[in-house]
Design a protein around this ligand. Structure first.
Ligand SMILES: O=P(O)(O)OC[C@H](O)CO
Ligand SMILES: [Mg+2]
Length: 283
């Protein structure tokens, strides 16, 4: 099963290749398309007891999580189902197509599937969505939480860092995916989904992350928001919103898709909150 294959591959491929672990230069977030904002704060050196600590990459105050493929191991389900559908047309689903589809709203990714696979005239985007629906509905409730997620969410919540979810997934799928993880999602200040009226266009449009930011209490600026994403379109959306993006990509995704991310990790287990001016883990 695809999910098992991902678990086996884990972060080991990226680690052994040493590509995702290379230090990256931090970039000041771009100004969001719809807002004019001050530049992100410069990194500062925190000297305590005469000892200089490494300067954080940036100091953020709010955290936004993607869901599919970042918090929950659901991307394998989409891949498995799409592989099955495409096999009927004698074609193979590959990771360059996956990279284009992941993170998007359902209809947007359905259109990409039909166009990129040359299925126009054979399958409409609507038929594709209908066909995959039954299979996905059966698979979603069994999804697992990805490594490092529970520790990070509990840590941020315990330290009163406002956290939320911004997922391209729509309400019905969100309910199926989260039905066995309600305790964890209850720690989120709010959740913004792909079928929210404020989300006019899916990722890489900044709509969803700007809507997520506006729903926090107070006047939060994009440069104070850290986004966790697995998808190239999601990282693009975060950068288009003027936010910082930590990418946790599937190891099968080509490294060229990591270019826009401010930091790339093999797993959330490798995340160090102090690099982003957030409270350190206790253990
Ligand atoms: O990765 P998410 O949470 O934005 O979800 C997007 C789609 O539902 C799956 O790619
Ligand atoms: Mg995702």
């Amino acid at each position: 099963m695809f999910q098992a294959a991902r678990a086996q591959l884990g972060g080991a491929i990226i680690r052994s290749a040493g590509r995702a672990q290379q230090p990256r230069e931090i970039r000041t977030p771009k100004s969001p398309r719809s807002l004019s904002l001050p530049r992100a704060p410069m990194a500062s050196v925190d000297a305590g007891e005469g000892q200089a600590a490494p300067a954080p990459r940036a100091t953020v105050s709010h955290v936004i999580f993607d869901m599919d493929g970042l918090l929950l191991d659901t991307e394998g389900f989409y891949t498995e189902v799409q592989e099955r559908i495409l096999a009927r047309y004698g074609k193979v689903f590959d990771w360059s197509l996956k990279a284009k589809m992941m993170g998007k709203k359902a209809m947007e990714s359905a259109r990409i599937f039909v166009d990129e696979c040359g299925l126009a005239g054979l399958l409409t985007p609507e038929q594709f969505l209908e066909e995959r629906e039954g299979m996905l509905q059966e698979l979603f409730p069994s999804c697992a939480v990805l490594p490092g997620v529970v520790r990070l969410i509990h840590h941020l919540h315990a330290n009163e860092i406002p956290i939320c979810v911004a997922t391209g997934s729509h309400k019905r799928h969100f309910a199926l995916k989260t039905q066995n993880h309600q305790e964890m999602f209850a720690l989120m200040h709010h959740v913004v989904m792909g079928d929210d009226p404020e989300v006019k266009a899916g990722k890489p449009s900044p709509d969803i992350f700007l809507a997520a930011m506006r729903r926090f209490e107070g006047n939060v600026e994009p440069s104070k928001c850290l986004v966790f994403e697995d998808a190239p379109s999601g990282v693009g959306a975060a950068k288009n919103a003027g936010m910082y993006a930590v990418m946790v990509p599937d190891p099968r995704l080509d490294v060229s898709y990591q270019k826009e991310a401010d930091q790339v990790l093999s797993s959330l287990l490798d995340f160090n909150p102090t690099e982003w001016g957030l409270p350190p883990f206790k253990e």
